[in-house]
Unconditional design. Structure first.
Length: 390
């Protein structure tokens, strides 16, 4: 079936793509086959071109970031790499080109540095973007959000490397992404970005993570806690019986209770809206179109974030230990925490090629004084954002 024409007679928006992993290749194929209103003009990769046999458009491959930005009206970053995303944000702002990302880790690590300096936004598709879009819909219908909820099916705080390698191969994604999803770092990052970007808070370090198969009961419990806290909260429910996706818990006007009951939303006073899927690479084009049409950013980490991502040791770590990757590694995992309560912490997204200066005990939070970090842009921005001045 031929795709419907969404262009409305306009020239298609030129899209530059950064990343040739599973998500990047899927995005490229989706745009090329189903979005005549978008033109894919360049695909940046750091791999050898001949090592990507399933690239949907090998003629568009380039190893030059400059080439991508020169040919684009909007750039989509989905490399999964904080350093590359940070470099791309610098270039985007300098070039006056909007940057759309599928990279939560970038936002909660260096993203606040770019907030308000240019159009840098996370996309619909992964949970933060899906939640931001659901919130916009809810506000347009008169709902007052209380809970920004994530739905997670499985959690193992210290997974086995061999098991992670098995599941990574089976699912066709990297070991890093598999491990970060399994040990909870991914959901913690997503909820930190949601809290910062949508003006909410969290109830405690590491979130509540209610374990229940009853979404309505869990949602009501979180809503009651949010009202006690006096602000909307970001959190999640853990259940292997729930569909993936996001949910929002909100109040509405008392005189709408009858209609909301008729619409099968229950008796209130808390109403649950659910988006039962998040199809990252297939949904991202909605945000590309939004940006090209002047709709502005969907969600970012805020210029003044209240929530950060601490790195917590999974086991005893000796001096000299090299942490190749924080997120998705086997030395540390990440938790969302109030910044005021964790002064001097190293955000887990900055722990790339870090070397420990001292022994770290299991469960201990890593701080800047505990590690030697590479001299790069991510380190510099992270120190400025998160290290308490002496």
């Amino acid at each position: 079936m031929a795709p419907s024409d969404r262009s409305g007679g306009r020239p298609p928006g030129r899209v530059g793509l950064l990343g040739t992993g599973a998500i990047g290749r899927s995005v490229a194929a989706m745009i090329l086959r189903h979005r005549p209103d978008l033109e894919l003009t360049a695909i940046h990769t750091r791999r050898a071109f001949d090592s990507i046999p399933d690239c949907p458009a090998p003629d568009l491959l380039t190893d030059s970031l400059d080439a991508v930005f020169e040919r684009a009206d909007v750039v989509l970053e989905c490399s999964g790499d904080v350093g590359l995303a940070t470099d791309a944000a610098d270039r985007a702002i300098a070039a006056g080109v909007p940057l759309v990302s599928l990279n939560t880790e970038f936002h909660v690590t260096t993203g606040s540095h770019f907030a308000g300096r240019g159009l840098v936004t996370e996309a619909e598709g992964d949970q933060p973007g899906c939640m931001a879009a659901l919130r916009e819909e809810a506000l347009a219908m008169g709902f007052a959000p209380l809970v920004y909820g994530n739905l997670k099916g499985f959690l193992n705080l210290d997974p086995d490397p061999a098991e992670m390698a098995y599941w990574a191969k089976r699912q066709g994604i990297s070991v890093l992404n598999t491990t970060g999803a399994t040990d909870g770092t991914k959901v913690q990052m997503e909820q930190a970005l949601i809290a910062n970007g949508l003006g909410g808070g969290i109830l405690r370090r590491g979130l509540m993570g209610l374990q229940t198969h009853d979404l309505q009961a869990g949602a009501a419990e979180l809503a009651a806690l949010a009202e006690q806290a006096g602000e909307p909260i970001a959190d999640y429910i853990l259940s292997n019986r729930q569909v993936p996706g996001v949910f929002l818990v909100a109040r509405h006007d008392d005189d709408q209770a009858g209609m909301l009951r008729y619409y099968k939303l229950g008796e209130g006073p808390w109403y649950v809206l659910v988006k039962p899927y998040h199809l990252c690479s297939l949904e991202v084009a909605k945000t590309l179109r939004r940006v090209l049409d002047g709709g502005g950013a969907l969600i970012g980490n805020s210029p003044r974030p209240r929530i950060g991502m601490v790195a917590i040791a999974k086991r005893r770590l000796e001096p000299g230990t090299r942490i190749a990757h924080g997120h998705g590694g086997f030395e540390v995992r990440g938790e969302a925490a109030r910044l005021a309560e964790v002064p001097g912490h190293v955000p887990i997204g900055a722990l790339h090629d870090a070397v420990l200066r001292r022994r770290i005990e299991p469960g201990e939070i890593l701080r800047f004084d505990d590690v030697d970090l590479p001299d790069n842009r991510v380190t510099a921005i992270s120190r400025a954002l998160f290290r308490t001045p002496a």
